[in-house]
Design a protein around this ligand. Structure first.
Ligand code: IPE
Ligand code: IPE
Ligand code: MG
Length: 254
C-alpha cells in the first residue's frame, strides 16, 4: 500500500513548529469604527509586525502569512492598489528589523502579476535575509493553493517528461518537491482570524493534517495574548493522523 506523506507523526509540543495564518477581518475592523477599509489594512500591518516578533520570541520556526490571495484581485481597484502600496512600504521599511530579529523572508505565489518594482523589492528582501535562521517568515501573495498544485504539476512534468508516459511513477513526494513550500514542514497550526471558518484556497495540499483554529478576533486586534491562546488550544490537541488514541500513546504505534 502506498503510504501518505503524512505517515510521520511530528513531535507535538506547546509551541507549533510551523504556524500558518489567514489574516482576515481588516475591512470589518475598520467598518466597525466608521473608517475606510484601507485603514484596517494599515492597522493590519502592525499586527503582522507583532506576530513576527512574538513567533520569533516563542520559538516558532516557520510562520506563513496569507497576505493577498489569487482571488483578491476581484476587489475594487483602489483597495488592491492600497494593498500593493502597503506591501511595497513594508518591504522598504521592515527589512532592517527582520535582519535584527534573524528572520528569513520568502514570498510565495505567482509574483509575475506584480509590478516590476515590487518584484525587485521582493528579490532584494529575500536575498538580504537569506542567511537568517531564527524564524522562516513566508508571505503568500497572489497565492492560491490550486495554483500551487498546478504549477508543481507543470514543473514536475517539465523536469521529467517521461513521467507523462508513466503516471504510476508519480507519488506524493515527487509532486511535493515542486510545491512552493517544499523546503518547509507542513503547518502544525492554522489560524484564521475574522470569524470565517474556511480555508479560502490557502495551502490546500499542505493543510491536510493541520490543526485548524478559528477566532472571531479581527486581524488588527490579534496580538500576543490571542496567539498564546491559539498555542494553548493547539497543545491540547491529540494529533492522531488516522491512528487510535492508544496507538499515539505508545511508541509502537508510530
Ligand atoms: C484580510 O482582511 C486582508 C486581505 C484579504 C488582504 P479583509 O480585507 O478580507 O477584511 P474583511 O474580511 O473584509 O473584514
Ligand atoms: C483570505 O481572505 C485571503 C487573505 C487573508 C489574504 P479573504 O477575506 O479574501 O477570504 P474570503 O474570500 O472572504 O474567503
Ligand atoms: Mg476577508
Amino acid at each position: 500500500m502506498k503510504m501518505s506523506s503524512t505517515r510521520d507523526i511530528p513531535v507535538t509540543s506547546g509551541v507549533p513548529r510551523h504556524v500558518a495564518i489567514i489574516m482576515d477581518g481588516n475591512g470589518r475592523w475598520a467598518s466597525q469604527r466608521l473608517l475606510p477599509r484601507t485603514a484596517g489594512h494599515a492597522k493590519g500591518v502592525q499586527a503582522v509586525r507583532r506576530a513576527v516578533e512574538t513567533c520569533g520570541r516563542l520559538g516558532v520556526d516557520y510562520l506563513t502569512l496569507f497576505a493577498f490571495s489569487s482571488e483578491n484581485w476581484r476587489r475594487p481597484a483602489d483597495e488592491v492598489s492600497l494593498l500593493m502600496r502597503l506591501f511595497v512600504q513594508a518591504l522598504e521599511r521592515e527589512v532592517t528589523k527582520l535582519q535584527e530579529q534573524g528572520v528569513r523572508l520568502r514570498v510565495i505565489g505567482d509574483l509575475s502579476a506584480f509590478e516590476p518594482r515590487l518584484q525587485d523589492l521582493i528579490s532584494q528582501a529575500q536575498a538580504s535575509t537569506v542567511h537568517n535562521d531564527k524564524l522562516n517568515l513566508t508571505v503568500a501573495a497572489n497565492y492560491g493553493g490550486r495554483w500551487d498544485i498546478l504549477q508543481a504539476t507543470r514543473n514536475m512534468l517539465a523536469k521529467d517528461p517521461t513521467l507523462a508516459q508513466n503516471p504510476a511513477a508519480i507519488d506524493e513526494q515527487s509532486l511535493e518537491a515542486h510545491l512552493s513550500m517544499s523546503w518547509a514542514p507542513e503547518p502544525d497550526l492554522f489560524i484564521r482570524t475574522g470569524g470565517e471558518q474556511r480555508v479560502s484556497n490557502f495551502l490546500i495540499w499542505q493543510l491536510a493534517y493541520t490543526e485548524l483554529f478559528f477566532t472571531d478576533c479581527y486581524w488588527p486586534d490579534f496580538g500576543e495574548k490571542e496567539l498564546k491562546a491559539a498555542f494553548e488550544w493547539y497543545s491540547s490537541r491529540e494529533r492522531r493522523f488516522g491512528r487510535t488514541s492508544a496507538q499515539v500513546h505508545t511508541t509502537a504505534g508510530r
